[in-house]
Ligand binder design. Structure first.
Ligand code: ZN
Ligand code: FE
Length: 255
């Protein structure tokens, strides 16, 4: 049976997500930015939280764990990197591990760069990627703990997933990402189309998520650092993709 996925806006611009298995009643929260909106969403659906799948240790992704765990006695699954200070962890996972949420399966991909512990969860049967702060729509996370080559490798790993997979990311940053991406690829038709769509979605008060990976591969400049025209656009024709990626990321930091 297919997973039921709900988007739960949290804090100022975080996305919380609930992934529910209708067959068993199991429900996972992907990260826990804050407890109250997640509890309200669970109550509305009549779901009980069984698992929290944590992507990385930042406060805006783990802040709701303690309260949710106290209320639901749910299992907390987190990255294996024990240096990352995440409280209340029941299970630590690493690359290739498969986490069961009732009858659903989530595959773990290590995607370091934003933080060293960052992991992403892939629900292959449901064609869903939860990439938190590694890959945003038309953007990517800031590289706080890792290096640009490390982050580029992580993005390549996500880019290998099939085009029909849907991206569920950690933040609603799409509009500002689009504005920046257009400074590098003003003539990218897929980006222009996404810009129009995002404008309509935001005007209607709708989230810009999910989006297909196929669309992201065409429109997200951070996934396109190995495209010659992108390298040329940032003055690095012929340089390595990791260097081009680093230049794009620096420009975004300073934009
Ligand atoms: Zn983060
Ligand atoms: Fe975040």
């Amino acid at each position: 049976m297919a997973a039921d996925i709900r988007i739960v806006p949290c804090l100022s611009d975080n996305f919380g997500y609930l992934v529910h298995d209708p067959a068993t009643g199991a429900t996972a929260s992907i990260d826990a930015p804050e407890a109250a909106p997640l509890i309200a969403a669970l109550d509305k659906e009549g779901w009980k939280l069984t698992d929290i799948l944590v992507t990385h240790h930042h406060g805006d992704h783990v802040g709701g764990i303690a309260e949710l765990k106290a209320k639901y006695q749910c299992r907390v699954v987190a990255p294996h990197d024990a240096n990352a200070k995440i409280a209340d962890v029941d299970l630590r996972v690493e690359e290739g591990d498969v986490v069961k949420v009732g009858g659903l399966s989530a595959r773990v991909l290590e995607t370091p760069g934003h933080t060293l512990d960052h992991i992403s969860y892939v629900f292959d049967d449901d064609r869903a990627l939860f990439a938190a702060d590694t890959l945003f729509s038309i953007g990517c996370g800031r590289v706080f703990e890792g290096t640009y080559p490390m982050m580029w490798e992580s993005l390549l790993k996500l880019r290998e997933l099939p085009d029909d997979f849907k991206l569920y990311c950690g933040h609603e940053y799409t509009a500002s990402n689009v504005k920046f991406a257009l400074t590098i690829e003003p003539d990218n038709a897929a980006l222009q189309a996404r810009a129009k769509q995002v404008e309509q979605q935001r005007a209607a008060g709708q989230p810009t998520i999910p989006v297909t990976l196929g669309e992201e591969k065409q429109a997200n400049v951070f996934l396109r650092a190995d495209v010659p025209s992108v390298a040329a656009a940032v003055g690095l024709a012929g340089e390595s993709a990791a260097d081009v990626f680093g230049e794009i990321r620096e420009r975004k930091n300073n934009s």
